[in-house]
Design a protein around this ligand. Structure first.
Ligand SMILES: Cc1ncc(COP(=O)(O)O)c(C=O)c1O
Length: 420
């Protein structure tokens, strides 16, 4: 069956809870053991002190390790990505930072793509480096040979290739298969180079990085998975072996999602596909309209890239939809971008994305404010760029709102031209 058919029931049995059709919120910190022997056995398994016997199930111990809402949610999330296992966190940032911390050691090299979400950028550039990890960036234009050159020039052991594709906020694409080839080049018997992909912009519906060779897939579940701007959460998916390590790290850092978050996300997953499909349809309509407006210099939307575009082949291979994120280079500078943002009425001026309501923000001064200024310009995070996340409102209403805001910019540019 398809994942959308299983989101209402997978992994939960009504007889566990008085016949309740929905999984209740297991608001409990700890779980009662049937015997001291059972408690001892669960701890042996939790710490990996003994091997699991055939078909033996890990029992519930304490909600920092496991909780039914978390486990059922994790099982449901694996279905979309075809992953063996999943770990859910209390934020996308905790999923990302825990993965980086678990798989990197002092002295390792992290090769990461740019642009990435501003919070990820800050952690990589300013926090990971404090722990003796060398970080080197590349972008969508970097070739395979140039990646190898960057790694060889560093001299450190390559620990991980971390990519965000499509990138926030420019929709740039990174070739996952190319990154896995590069990672394999540096694999040894003792050390595997991990390829981790932040799939927040496309997932879990429109792209499945594991199928392209990625080891780890990361999500800010705050975005499409949660989808209603009312919960912060994150997820990390991959093989049983790798996710067991991530979960062990999570147990001791204690940044797992709580039962309420688990329950909210399960509720959201039931409508994930219909929400995302409507958002993509609306985005397709709106992006094409925006593209024709005279106040717009360029639209960063995957549905507009054609066969001659250097990233067309990656787009076709990795994605089944152009998604619902549209960034716009407004003609002008920050002032014109702000005029556009301040003029919006239906579309809310707020960061975040992937929610039922349409949102707009200014990456240069908001989500990506902390990014090095030269790197910002290198990858197109400029003062004229605004980012839109298209929601499920009526598409004509969204467009009418965007058009009246763009018209105001056009009027302003027109006045400027007349003054000249
Ligand atoms: C692409 C991407 N990854 C990760 C994050 C971080 O997620 P969270 O805010 O849930 O911690 C964000 C947040 O905006 C994001 O856009």
């Amino acid at each position: 069956m398809h994942p959308e058919s299983l989101m209402m029931s997978h992994g939960y049995h009504p007889e566990w809870s008085e016949g309740a059709i929905k999984c209740p919120i297991f608001q409990t910190s700890t779980f009662v053991f049937n015997s001291a022997e059972e408690g001892k056995r669960y701890f042996e398994l939790a710490y990996g002190l003994k091997e699991k016997k055939n078909r033996e199930q890990m029992g519930l111990i304490y909600s920092r390790l496991n909780n039914p809402d978390l486990e059922i949610l994790e099982n449901r999330l694996t279905l979309w990505d075809g992953a063996e296992d999943c770990a859910v966190f209390e934020s996308g940032m905790s999923a990302i930072t825990s993965t980086l911390m678990e798989f990197l050691l002092p002295g390792d090299l992290l090769l990461f793509s740019e642009p990435v979400y501003g919070g990820t950028y800050h952690f990589i550039r300013h926090i990971l480096t404090r722990y003796g990890i060398e970080v080197v960036h590349f972008d969508a234009r970097t070739t395979e040979a140039q990646m190898l050159e960057k790694i060889d020039r560093s001299g450190s052991r390559l620990g991980m290739i971390y990519i965000e594709t499509p990138s926030n906020p420019t929709n740039d694409l990174i070739d996952i298969e190319m990154c896995t080839r590069v990672a394999k080049h540096y694999d040894t018997n003792e050390h595997k180079v991990i390829v981790a992909v932040d799939n927040t912009y496309m997932g879990p519906l429109w792209s499945h990085p594991i199928k392209h060779g990625a080891d780890i897939v990361l999500y800010s579940a705050t975005k499409y998975i949660g989808g209603h701007s009312d919960v912060i959460a994150g997820a990390c998916l991959g093989s049983k072996e790798l996710i067991t390590r991530v979960k062990a790290f999570r147990t001791f850092v204690g940044n797992m999602a709580g039962p309420w978050t688990g329950w909210l996300l399960m509720r959201s997953l039931e409508t994930l596909k219909v929400r995302m499909e409507q958002q993509a349809e609306n985005a397709n309509y709106i992006a094409r309209k925006i593209n024709e407006h005279p106040a717009v210099e360029r639209v960063h939307y995957l549905g507009l890239i054609d066969v001659d575009h250097p990233q067309y082949e990656i787009y076709k291979r990795q994605y089944s939809s152009p998604g619902a994120m549209v960034s716009i280079d407004i003609i002008g500078e920050e002032e014109e971008a702000f005029l556009f943002l301040n003029s919006l009425q239906l579309v809310k001026l707020a960061v975040s994305l992937g929610s039922t309501e349409s949102l707009a923000q200014h990456p240069f001064s908001m989500t990506h404010a902390d990014m090095d200024i030269e790197e910002k310009y290198e990858v197109g995070v400029t003062p004229q760029l605004v980012r839109l996340s298209v929601g499920i409102e009526n598409k004509q209403d969204i467009w009418n709102d965007i058009r009246q805001a763009l018209d105001k910019v056009y009027d302003k540019i027109g006045e400027g031209e007349m003054m000249v």
